[in-house]
Write a new protein. Structure first.
Length: 504
């Protein structure tokens, strides 16, 4: 029997050394896995699982991008929603401010409610100029541009043109007319009284819409031509208490009615009445005078309030690329045209994006490969314009406690503010805007929840491919250490083996 001694140069010795190095390398790799929790340091070390790992990591990277965009959009919507809620609160409070019972103009010709309206207007302008992370929320596709001009510029104008108070003043003069009858004429001829619009296609003043009479001896005729006319033909004396009515359209889309009651003599006639004269011609003359007086009063109250509202609403239709309509010409009381006047410059209150399409669509956030959520807004949306117009016109009007008509004009203005700032069918209001923001938030949060669930799943996939079990690695290390120890001991014994030692 031949016993070969262990020598490093022998083939068997080299093979044993290679085995030791391999086992030692395996031990180092297992220790690295135990320390890092990763199966390999490179994708190549993952074997066939590398494709699955790469796909899963690409998915998590895309999700991270979507979640980042959703987070930014949610922040934007949060500020925008809070702003609209503040505006809704201001509107709700303003609808009860102009109470006739509180009609007590101060030295500046304004009531406490009007001064409060001015403060609300300033707050509303601040809300519409909200900026978040360098982005103006209500500027549409121009997020770097402050969308709304300052209070003083809007009310009083700036270097670029006239402000709201000028346009309102012009419109009120144009609607009242030189005679103060709302651009109507009253002509008694014998037993006939004709009320007619001044001219055809006139954009100002009262627009006749109807007439009626409860008196058997007074025939009422409404001729709906252009210009329209109303005729009262007194063919017989009316009885005391008989009434005639004239219905008229106002510039802001509302209507008013003049009702006059026949009154037996002697005079003078009470307000809202006309005297029954000694003849039908005298009665017709008295009726014409009563109509003129009633028209004058309505021109100073309901027509004035409607005119101011119309001018303010028209002013706020102006924007970066649009001139608001205004009275054309140099003498408003006799003006016959309403539109863009090349000889007059009007300041532009809104300076943001005013392109075509929905305001929400001016800023869209991609929240998934096939889904976007619209989160844009413009300060010149209808709900905002309506609010600003009414706050502005209310704060700009002046009144006198000594006037016999200003209390009624104040009441007319307050009633219009209350109605127009409420829910008007077919007209966008602040609740509509808030609802759209809420819907967008729901969509964003729904996408966020889906992505978080997908990310958790993909992270499990990555962990399954790239990760290791600490328990399994520990067992493998223990097994390898045992084998190495046994190999070292065997090799040590073999290295000292010789014929002499063997014979011993």
């Amino acid at each position: 029997m031949t016993i070969s001694s262990f020598a490093p140069g022998l083939y068997r010795s080299q093979r044993a050394s290679t085995t030791f190095v391999s086992m030692r390398s395996q031990l180092d790799d297992l220790q690295r896995q135990l320390a890092t929790g990763r199966k390999a340091e490179t994708y190549g070390g993952l074997g066939l699982g590398r494709t699955k790992s790469l796909d899963a990591r690409a998915g998590t990277s895309a999700i991270a991008g979507y979640l980042g965009a959703i987070s930014d959009a949610n922040l934007r919507l949060k500020f925008a929603t809070v702003g609209v809620e503040q505006l809704s609160k201001l509107v709700g409070e303003a609808r009860t401010d102009l109470s006739v019972e509180a009609f007590s103009p101060g030295a500046d010709g304004r009531t406490i409610g009007q001064r409060t309206a001015e403060n609300r207007l300033k707050q509303a302008l601040d809300v519409l100029n909200t900026e978040v992370n360098g982005t103006y929320l209500f500027s549409g596709r121009s997020p770097d541009i402050k969308p709304v001009a300052d209070f003083d510029a809007i009310m009083n104008g700036d270097a670029t043109g006239d402000g709201l108070t000028t346009l309102v003043s012009e419109r009120k003069l144009a609607d009242a007319g030189a005679a103060g009858l709302g651009r109507l004429t009253v002509t008694p001829t014998g037993t006939n009284v004709e009320i007619a619009e001044e001219a055809a296609a006139l954009p100002f003043g009262f627009k006749l819409a109807g007439a009626s009479s409860t008196a058997a001896g007074i025939a009422a005729t409404f001729t709906n031509t252009d210009p329209a006319t109303v005729d009262f033909d007194v063919t017989a004396q009316p009885n005391p208490g008989d009434r005639v009515r004239i219905v008229m359209d106002l510039p802001d889309g509302t209507q008013t009615t003049i009702e006059l009651t026949a009154q037996a003599g002697p005079g003078p006639a009470a307000s809202g009445s006309f005297l029954i004269g000694g003849s039908t011609a005298a009665t017709a003359t008295a009726l014409a005078g009563a109509v003129s007086a009633a028209l004058t009063r309505e021109a100073q109250t309901s027509l004035s309030a409607a005119s101011a509202i119309r001018a303010a609403e028209d002013f706020f239709t102006g924007s970066t690329g649009t001139n608001p309509p205004r009275v054309v010409g140099g003498s408003p009381a006799t003006a016959t045209a309403y539109g863009v006047d090349p000889g007059k410059q009007t300041m532009r209150w809104y300076k943001g994006d005013d392109g075509a399409g929905s305001a929400r669509a001016t800023s869209s956030v991609r929240v998934d490969s096939g889904e976007t959520v619209a989160v844009g807004a413009r300060a010149n949306e209808e709900a905002f314009r309506t609010m600003l117009a009414h706050f502005a016109v209310v704060s700009s009007e002046t009144f006198s406690a000594a006037s016999t008509t200003d209390r009624d004009r104040y009441r007319e203005l307050g009633e219009r503010l209350s109605v127009n700032l409420g829910k008007v069918p077919g007209v966008q209001n602040l609740e509509d805007v808030a609802t759209e923001f809420t819907n967008a938030t729901v969509s964003l949060n729904g996408a966020k929840e889906r992505h978080e669930q997908r990310r958790a799943f993909l992270e499990d996939v990555i962990s399954g491919v790239e990760g290791v079990s600490d328990e399994e690695v520990a067992v493998a290390i223990l097994s390898l250490q045992t084998r190495l120890q046994a190999s070292y001991q065997t090799t040590s014994i073999l290295s000292g083996l010789s014929l002499t030692n063997f014979l011993r």
